[in-house]
Structure formats: C-alpha cells, structure tokens
Design a protein around this ligand. Sequence first.
Ligand SMILES: Cc1ncc(COP(=O)(O)O)c(C=O)c1O
Length: 490
Amino acid sequence: MSQNQTPLFSGLVEHAKKNPIQFHIPGHKKGAGIDPEFRQFIGDNALSIDLINIGPLDDLHQPKGIIKQAQDLAAEAFGADRTFFSVQGTSGAIIAMVMAVCGPGEKIIVPRNVHKSVMSAIVFSGSIPVFIHPEIDTDLGISHGITTESVERALEQHPDAKGLLVINPTYFGISADLKKIVEIAHSYKVPVLVDEAHGVHIHFHDELPLSAMQAGADMAATSVHKLGGSMTQSSILNVKEGLVSAKHVQSILSMLTTTSTSYLLLASLDVARKQLATKGKELIDNTIQLAQSIRRRINEIDQIHCIGEEILGSKATFDYDPTKLIISVKELGLTGYEVEKWLREKHNIEVELSDLYNILCIITLGDTEVEANILVNALKELADECKHRPGKIEPVEVLLPEIPVLALTPRDAFYAETEVIPLDESEGRIIAEFIMVYPPGIPIFIPGEIITMENLHYIRKNLEAGLPVQGPEDDEIKTIHVIKEYKAIK
Ligand SMILES: Cc1ncc(COP(=O)(O)O)c(C=O)c1O
C-alpha cells in the first residue's frame, strides 16, 4: 500500500455509500435518531461514518482488515515496527506503555515533572517511581527535560529499573539529547518510553529535533491530535521490538481501551498520517517559516521577548522546536495569566497556556499570515499600553524542591485510609495527595512521600511569593490529607 492511500477512512466512506440498513449500534442510525439541531450542526457526513466494529469495518482490539492496514501505514511513516491507534488520547497510550514494562514493586525512572497520566500509570501498575529532577530555567520559570548525566546517575544507582520515561520534546518544545539518553539506557538493557505528546510533527522535518523512533527509543506515545492534524483524543503508540514485545503492548492497550472505539477518531488518524507522510515536509517548512517570522516581529516589540535558539546549549536544551512561541512578558509588568486574559478580552485570541512569566502560542499547519498579524499587532498594542505602567512584576525566585523519601508506593498510598490534618502539624507524616507549584510545574509531594520541614518551608515560600500551589483538596492549603496512623491502645 502507498502512503497516499487511506484504507480506514476510504473503507468507511465506501461502506457508508452502500447505505446499509443498520440493525446495530450506534442507535442514532446515521443521524436519524439524534437531536435534529446537533445533526444539522455536525452534518450527515460525520454521522454516516460514526460506526462500530461490524465485520467489514475491522476491530481495533484485533485488527485484521482496514484498521490493520492503516496502522501498518502509520508504522512505516513513523519508522516504528508497530503502531497502535489510541482513541483515549496520549494519556491512554502512556498508561499502556508504563504498564507494558512495569509491574507491582518494579522500578521505573521518570522525570519529576511528568504528566498526570504517568502518575496514574504508576498507581495502576503498583510500580515504584525513581525520580530525576528536570533542569530548571530560572529566567523563564519553566522546566526542561532531563540531562544525560542524570540518566547515567539514575541507572548506575538503579540498574534493575524496568524502564526509563522521557518527556521529549517538552510542552515548550525543548528537547534533550535523546539519542544519547537511549544509548545509555540500552547499555543497561532498560527500555526507553517517550512521552511525545508535543512532538508528532518532528519526525517529518529534519530541522526539528529527532523523534523518539529516530533516536532509537523503544516506545513513544505521540499526540497526533495535538500538532499532527487528527481529531482531539486520537493518538498513536509507536513500538520498536526488542526490549519490549509489541504483542504484549497490544494486549495491555486493549485492556485499557473502550470496546466502542470511535471510527471518526480512527479515520482522522489515518488521514493525518497520509498528510504528514506525503506533504508533511512542505507543510512543516511553511509552519517553521511562519513561526520564525512571528518570532522576529515579536522580538522587535519593546519589553516582549520570544525565545529562540539562544536557549540552546545547556545540558538539557539540546535542540528546540521553533514552532512553539514561548513569549516572555515579565518586563511588561504583567503576568502571563494577565496577558492571556487581555488577549482574550481585547482581541478574541486564545493562547495555548500562560504562567507567571510567559504565554505559549503554538503555530501549526493550520496557521497563516492572517493569524500571525493579529497576534503580533495585539502584542504591539499591549506593549504600548504598558509603556507608562509603573513598576514591573518582581521576578520571583523559582526554586527547586527537594524530592522527599517515598515511604509507600503511590498505589498503596492511594488505597490507604487517610485523615485530614493541619499542614503545620504534618512533618513526618506520609502524604496522600499531590502538591504542585507552577512554575516550574514540579510536584512538591506525590502520594506516599514523607513530609519534611524543608518541603513545608518550600510550600510556604511559594505561597508568600504568590505562586499558585495546586493539587490539595483544601485550596488554601491550611490542611492536607495524610495516611491515617493508629496509636497503640494502652
Ligand atoms: C507532556 C504531556 N504528556 C501527555 C499528555 C496527555 O495527552 P492527551 O491529552 O492526548 O491525553 C499531555 C497533555 O497535555 C502532555 O502535555
């Protein structure tokens, strides 16, 4: 089959054209039974391929027909031995990756700033996380990836780890020396699992950082929906055979996946793969050029700075993706949150994220000069408005919390009986919830860790500095959940 073909999407369209009499789910029957207003809005075409795993349409759980063909084409396009489609986002693919290598009591090396799906996977699998601190950029107040040195140290101390998980590239588009990290891990026969949520496109352009498969990683959970043109919630899991078995990965993924898989999402993965494989280079060329021209224009505005290749050169900033616009606004005297709100209210612009110092805007295959001009002009207007503002926001020192000792696996802590106590009296107790500060987006505590005075101090300092401390049930963090302790009965 050629990369120009879309066996799954075309198979669905062919099937719908035959207009079969359907005595199967979904019960809306090509839209006839759905709310008319919704039907009119979403259109009959979409509803006609909202189908289910009947014979001609294959089954994601045991693909042998058009889904298998589509997955095989994706594997070829992404340089994988096997590609599995996920209708449960990259979160679903990440949980499957972790559970495929780790069981109860087994170690997995992970950066401290992992996405919540990794922590869910650690709870589900009963594994023991061995944390590595990511590198912190104190100027931008963001965390980057992990360094080759920290991977080396972690593996020296834990050669029995069952896997190493790497976030590459980061949300902000920064990537580590993934090839070297893979070489180090493989010298210990430890498989490398890549959270590639923000890097589907990098495989298709050689000016972008190396993709997980190009770097020789064993698995990668890749959000096609984020930057690759498929529909929200559709992702892929790429696998290289050797240290992991694709068959085992498939059965874990199947255990975690709905039996009613959305064919709209699956078909959108098929067409996104075709577009990336056949036109990706050209489309991404345009995207990079557009992003670089926006970057240049933003950098002409006083007191607004769009980060570029000057960020490279530290141990964790090996390469970067220029389509991510990290826009530092702290010199305006405004926080990123305030700029996000201003752009929404004044210009109907929605950014990808904001934090204390920055906003992040992503430029993709879907953008043109029109959107670029609107953003640049809005930022110019904002800078003019801020010219006469007294004072700047005082830079807040971004500190790195000490990683506490893990007394219970996150799974045991999750299932343990808990009680609520005042934060000030919690030293020495085992915490049962997450506490996180953003920036730099690193958990101070995860369930199962022993609360230390230093970490309590760190929380207080962040609260005093006005940084949002997130996670605990009590928003003000006067009280926290800890594992219940039973006193001896006299
Ligand atoms: C670093 C990272 N990993 C994983 C995910 C999960 O991806 P999804 O939303 O497709 O489940 C995200 C989502 O934002 C993410 O930022």
